[in-house]
Design a protein around this ligand. Sequence first.
Ligand SMILES: Nc1ncnc2c1ncn2[C@@H]1O[C@H](COP(=O)(O)OP(=O)(O)OP(=O)(O)O)[C@@H](O)[C@H]1O
Ligand SMILES: O=c1[nH]c(=O)c2[nH+]cn([C@@H]3O[C@H](COP(=O)(O)O)[C@@H](O)[C@H]3O)c2[nH]1
Ligand SMILES: NC(=O)CC[C@H](N)C(=O)O
Length: 540
Amino acid sequence: MVSTSQPIPSTDPSTQSEKVSDRPMIAIVDFGSQYSELIARRIRETQVYSEVMPYYTSAEEIAKFRPRGIILSGGPNSVYAPNAPHCDPGIWDLGIPILGVCYGMQLMVQQLGGRVEQADRGEYGKASLTIDDPTDLLTNVDDGAVMWMSHGDSVLEMPAGFTVLAHTANTPCAAIANPERNFYGVQFHPEVVHSIGGKALIRNFVYHICECEPTWTTESFIEESIREIRSQVGEKRVLLALSGGVDSSTLAFLLHRAIGDRLTCMFIDQGFMRKGEPERLVKLFKEQFHIPVEYINASDRFLNLMEGIIEPERKRKLIGYEFIKVFEEESRRLGPFDYLAQGTLYPDVIESADTNIDPATGKRIAVKIKSHHNVGGLPPDLRFVLVEPLRKLFKDEVRKVGTVLGLPAEIVKRQPFPGPGLAIRIIGEITPERLEMLRDADLILRQEINRSGMYNELWQAFAVLLPTVRSVGVMGDARTYAHPVVLRFVTSEDGMTADWAKVPYELIGTIANRIVNEVPGINRVVMDVTSKPPGTIEWE
Ligand SMILES: Nc1ncnc2c1ncn2[C@@H]1O[C@H](COP(=O)(O)OP(=O)(O)OP(=O)(O)O)[C@@H](O)[C@H]1O
Ligand SMILES: O=c1[nH]c(=O)c2[nH+]cn([C@@H]3O[C@H](COP(=O)(O)O)[C@@H](O)[C@H]3O)c2[nH]1
Ligand SMILES: NC(=O)CC[C@H](N)C(=O)O
């Protein structure tokens, strides 16, 4: 979810030289699809390990992972376009089962001698699958199952040795196979939740075609990580930047179990936290978990830094840089530390590979919407060696690890909170008064959401202050001329896409009523009903 403004070299999958384990794995070759990550998660849900690698990974490199199967992802390009990304044709001779999804299937067809062209009519959204051969890949997938499609190109001619397993009204070759060579292709996206039977198809591929056993479990991950951390850091001390979110808290538990009190956790209060949160975090860690936390109060310097700053990207960048400065100063004071632990997750690693291709130039491009704050990009003269045991996990996997390690639900199920905090929820300049207003409104919103029991149903629930807007109201027969606050409730699976949540009217009413009555300076409450896309979750 988090992309760093300066990528950390060690998180680039193309430069990793990690030891290959004996655990069965599926390699996902990424052609820039927005769903590549989702394919990896679906595979891992079957308790089989999977890794995403960029499309330019050579067959030889892929083979080093000893994958039991390869999946070629979808992608925005057309396989016949001049600059379309291709995979190393050497993969066809590895003797490993391969499943091509959408672009991946089209590429398989083209590279093996078939024909792909622009279709008369594209197919976007749901389509009903008519099954011609119910065995093998399509076992337990119902005839007429709805599958999710998103393509403008189609297979017109299959390569030698292939047969059709299923078709739709629009697409004669919706699922194809060369069972002899264990090559399979689907024009639809089995990884998307809207594809009914998609999970069954993925299980067929993983268990029956690739013959994987389910070995990827939370417990095995924890055991392996503890061993690796101990062997990496030996008797040295480790510094962990703790935000109190799921990732860094899980990491704190994991490291504490591995190296005990050689771990130092540091929490930096930039002054943009929610009301009561810093105190709660430190208390929880100290008193309940018996893991001491270095609490650094840096709120004054961050507030000074934000004087006159309005532009969102500038806010984010300044906060990010200042964060590093504080971190650097404080770690020198408490150090020396040889190791720095970060809660880098797998999506950060995948994103840093930049597999999107500009069709005009054929160059790889990174599509950046916002600079996310992170501890990544620390200056090299800090000379830390990074400890990133969660770098192969997805957020839901981190939550499972946290639970098994004994992290309370309060933290494991915590809604995400952005690194720059309330600074990006005040639309305009940040002042102490505005922060106070937003904190109070946000607290009311959180209290009511908790009381309603809806907290865990929502990805996020928060308030945004519009301090440069004023509107007229009436309170106690007197005129008010004050600011609005926006309520933002969203549901999401991973933060990449989101829906605005349909919370009950009564709850919205209670929150609005309390905010206007209890928070001076706010006389109006509005609600954000924009999904992502086209909106983003945060306003800045
Ligand atoms: N206030 C803070 N004090 C110390 N470290 C922080 C702070 N905020 C963020 N970090 C560090 O930066 C990392 C990335 O921060 P970010 O806000 O992007 O959160 P994240 O990746 O969602 O992780 P988490 O779930 O731990 O908050 C965190 O994992 C943590 O190590
Ligand atoms: O760790 C983070 N550091 C950041 O700088 C940051 N900005 C946004 N977010 C969170 O990311 C998710 C997607 O946010 P957007 O739709 O606003 O991009 C949402 O869950 C946001 O809360 C951040 N998380
Ligand atoms: N989703 C995809 O992989 C699309 C593949 C290709 N761009 C098409 O339109 O057919």
